[in-house]
Design a protein around this ligand. Sequence first.
Ligand SMILES: Nc1ncnc2c1ncn2[C@@H]1O[C@H](COP(=O)(O)OP(=O)(O)O)[C@@H](O)[C@H]1O
Ligand SMILES: [Mg+2]
Length: 324
Amino acid sequence: MALLEVEDLEVSLKSGRDLLKVVDGISFTIEQGETLGIVGESGCGKSLTALATMGLLGGTPIRVTGGRILFEGQDLSLLTPNQRRMIMGNQMAMIFQEPMTSLNPVYRVGDQIIEALQQHETLSQKQARDRAIELLALVRIPDPKNRINSFPHQLSGGMRQRVMIAMALACDPKLLIADEPTTALDVTVQSQILDLIVDLQKQTGMAVILISHDLGVIAETCNKVAVMYRGKVIEAADADDLFAHLRHPYTRGLLDSIPVADKEVEHLNAIKGRVPTLEEAIEGCTFNPRCPNVQQKCLSSYPSVAAFERGHEVRCHFPLEGNE
Ligand SMILES: Nc1ncnc2c1ncn2[C@@H]1O[C@H](COP(=O)(O)OP(=O)(O)O)[C@@H](O)[C@H]1O
Ligand SMILES: [Mg+2]
C-alpha cells in the first residue's frame, strides 16, 4: 500500500459565478522513503496541491472539488475531524518558502519547537527542551544549546529554514512536504538545506514531497518527478528515466532554464511567454501558445496521457523522441 495516494485531485477557485479549476485532476503516489519532486513554473498549482493534501484549504475561497486523498489507504475525507487532525497534524508536516511567515517573531525559537513537541506528546518541560536541542542539532544548527534562546530575527534565512524543518520533524512525520523550501535563500545555503533534507530523509525513512520551480533542485534530490503545467501533471516518471528520456517540450524548456553556474545570464533558454492565468481560456493543449513544436492538432484537442516504458507518462500529442 502506498503511503500517500492522490487520485484525480481537483481544486477550484470561486470567481464570481464561475468555478475555475486551479488543480485539474492530478494523480500521484508516494511510497515510504521516496522523494517525489513536483516542478513547474509559478502559478501552475503546486502549492494548492500541497495545501489540499495537508487539508489546509478549509475556510478559503479555494476548495477541493474532486478526487481522493488516501493516506496509508485511508480516505482522508471519510475520517472524523479528530482522526483527520491526528494524521494531518502528526503524520504529515509541511514547510514553506518563507520561514518568517510561519515563525512567530515574538517567541524564542526553542519555545516554538517545544510547543510543537508538546502538541504531539506529553513531555515534561525539561524533556521537551532537551528534545528541542536535539532537533536543532539534527538540522545542524551550530551551538544549539544557546541558539535555542534566539529570536527568529537573530537568525539568518538559512538558519530559520532549519528551525522550520526542526519544527516539522518534531512530530516525527511519515511524510514531509517542502514547498519551495530554498527559493528565498542564496545558492550556497540552498544546496546546504537540500542536502539536509536528503540526509534527514535517509536517517528517518520519511517520504518527502519537494516542490520547486527549479528542475535543477528536483534533479539533485528526488527519485520521482511530476511536472505540472497549469493545474495538470504533464509529465511524470522516475527521475533517472525523466532526465534520460525527456518527453514533453515544457519539461525540456524547464531543463534549459536551469541557471548555469557562474553565468550571469540566468534565463538563457527560458520558455517564451508565461503561464496563462486562470481566466484565460485556451483551446486544445494549454501549453500551445508557448510550445516550440506546436501543430494544428494541439490547437483543438487537449492531449490524453501517453505511456512509455517504466511508467513514464506524458501529456503531449507529439512527445519528444526522448534523447534530445
Ligand atoms: N488565495 C488565492 N486566491 C486566488 N487565486 C489564487 C489563490 N492562491 C492561488 N491562486 C491562483 O491559483 C493558481 C495556482 O496557485 P499556486 O498553487 O500557488 O501555484 P504555484 O505554487 O505552482 O506557484 C495561480 O494562478 C494563483 O494565482
Ligand atoms: Mg507555490
